[in-house]
Design a protein around this ligand. Structure first.
Ligand code: ATP
Ligand code: MG
Length: 260
């Protein structure tokens, strides 16, 4: 049976008189990977920040695993159930890789040092960060390694869902690949994820559904093949034409090789 892990209902957000989110509605099933695509200023980050309770919506509800989290005041408790991976990694620069992962396990989850250590090591290994890197500081790691540590930090907390906000857009091309690989593996292992990204290859291959956002609202959603290759609305079609041009890719390739 399909179970909705996250339900977003009629979500609105204003800054002053400006509408940032309007009437956003969608569900994420347990184990589903949802990709959000859309132009700058569409409201993608604001939407993720509402789900993580970093931003309070002005109207609407967000339900996580049956809990109406928009009505809850114990924000830290809710936030500990939701992983967040940012564009710029957001690691603590004064802490080593492993201490970055340990912090939440000890301070928030209140695990013993021994249990926290076991979990942190497991999470770091699962994203391909081997022992020789555990004691390094973020400044001593590549961008791709830093982002994988950030993903390990999220995974270690056993979150119900992980939100990714353009996790590879600050990375060099070779490093993008290693981070997307880790995310693909997570998705295949059944993690529930929402990923804001313009990586079309990842969206086609990994997403169960793609949502296109513009002007604070979801204007089209559907299977990746449909949204990325054959959108219904003129707005999405124009955006996707440009994206494919930037990627200099032959769309037929994706149709034949990667169609699920
Ligand atoms: N704290 C804030 N105060 C006022 N306006 C804000 C604030 N945060 C975001 N906005 C505005 O909300 C709109 C949506 O911003 P948001 O960052 O959610 O877009 P985005 O889709 O993530 O864009 P990008 O692709 O550039 O990251 C923008 O017009 C932005 O200027
Ligand atoms: Mg953004």
């Amino acid at each position: 049976m399909k179970v909705d892990l996250l339900v977003v209902e009629d979500l609105w957000k204003f800054y002053g008189k400006e509408v940032i989110l309007k009437n956003v509605n969608f569900n994420v099933e347990k184990g589903e990977t949802k990709v959000i695509i859309g132009p700058s200023g569409a409201g993608k980050s604001t939407l993720l920040r509402c789900i993580n309770l970093l931003v309070r919506p002005d109207r609407g509800r967000i339900v996580l695993d049956g809990d109406v989290i928009t009505e809850r005041r114990d924000v830290h408790n809710i936030r500990s159930q939701i992983g967040f991976v940012f564009q710029h990694f957001n690691l603590f620069n004064h802490l080593t890789a492993i201490d970055n992962v340990l912090l939440g396990l000890i301070k928030v989850k209140r695990l013993s040092r021994e249990d926290a250590m076991r979990k942190a090591k497991e999470a770091l290994l699962s994203v391909g960060i081997a022992e020789d890197l555990w004691r390094k500081y973020p400044a001593q790691l590549s961008g791709g390694q830093q982002q994988r540590v950030a993903i390990a930090r999220a995974i270690a907390m056993d979150p119900k869902i992980i939100l990714f906000d353009e996790p590879t857009s600050a990375l060099d091309p070779e490093l993008i690949w290693e981070v997307l690989n880790v995310m693909e593996k997570l998705s295949r292992n059944g993690m529930t994820m929402i990923v804001v990204t313009h990586e079309l290859g990842f969206a086609i291959k990994v997403a169960h559904e793609v949502m296109f956002m513009d002007g604070g609202t979801i204007i089209e959603k559907g299977l990746p093949e449909q949204i990325l290759l054959n959108p219904r609305s003129e707005r999405v079609r124009r955006f996707m034409e440009r994206m494919w041009y930037l990627y200099s890719m032959d769309r037929k390739f994706w149709r034949s090789e990667n169609a699920k």
